[in-house]
Design a protein around this ligand. Sequence first.
Ligand SMILES: NC(=O)C1=CN([C@@H]2O[C@H](COP(=O)(O)OP(=O)(O)OC[C@H]3O[C@@H](n4cnc5c(N)ncnc54)[C@H](OP(=O)(O)O)[C@@H]3O)[C@@H](O)[C@H]2O)C=CC1
Ligand SMILES: O=C(O)C1=N[C@H](C(=O)O)C[C@H](O)C1
Length: 248
Amino acid sequence: MIKVGVLGAKGKMGAQTCLAVEEAADTELVARLDQGDELDELTRAGAEVVVDFTRPEVVMDNLAWCIQHGIHAVVGTTGFDDERLATLRTRLDAQPGTGILIAPNFSIGAVLMMQFAAQAARYYESVEIIELHHPDKVDAPSGTARRTAELVAAARREADARPIPDATTTALEGARGADVDGIRVHGVRLRGLVAHQEVLFGDEGETLTIRHDSMNRTSFMAGVLLGVRSIGTAPGLTVGLEHFMDLS
Ligand SMILES: NC(=O)C1=CN([C@@H]2O[C@H](COP(=O)(O)OP(=O)(O)OC[C@H]3O[C@@H](n4cnc5c(N)ncnc54)[C@H](OP(=O)(O)O)[C@@H]3O)[C@@H](O)[C@H]2O)C=CC1
Ligand SMILES: O=C(O)C1=N[C@H](C(=O)O)C[C@H](O)C1
């Protein structure tokens, strides 16, 4: 049995994670912590893996504590840029044996969407990303959209792709979305939605749209459990659930 502690346990994803960990045959929920609770409870309860679904502004402190105490972490919380990832790598160097997984999206379909988008990137002149979420989401663009843009941009660089055409010279600020690594990302917040994304590719006479929809938060749980089961044997920093999936 893997002993699991959940941070952000009263939140939308944390509560769903507690259920999934309790229901799985090989995991045991030993701590459920939220805002204001003492992290020491994790060591008292013997947690081996922490799952963090909190907020971008607190997640780095949570992970510093986990690394210091040699507890593996599976992280869904957003807000990771290159600087934060570099900080984590440095901290993990001082604690060999401890693993951290940062997964921008735990849904298997969303991971595949990102992989397919990276594969398609070299073949199209144009690409834009539309992410669509529930209106209670605190950040924009989504972590998934950022990661997709980075993967697509890297694939385009590797293929020495032509510049993305865009004749726009003047526009109302925001009208063309955010620029993430040279890729335009547009955000929609709409009651009724959960988590959705379209990656649109275009070239002469054809377009390709890769779309993924999470209809509920159960869709993330297979990925969360995969992370929990895998992280104990993956010391250091892993970015993206695809590293624990057989994509061959
Ligand atoms: N990777 C993935 O697949 C997914 C990632 N996410 C990401 O996960 C994060 C959480 O999302 P969601 O569950 O919807 O958000 P919620 O706001 O519903 O939940 C966050 C919870 O964390 C609590 N919290 C805040 N600070 C702390 C702290 N220091 N220690 C412990 N708990 C704390 C909050 O309490 P309070 O409300 O009192 O502040 C709240 O209960 C977001 O960054 C979101 O983008 C979401 C879905 C999937
Ligand atoms: O806040 C959410 O809901 C989600 N957050 C993650 C993100 O920002 O990409 C994953 C998923 O899109 C749901």
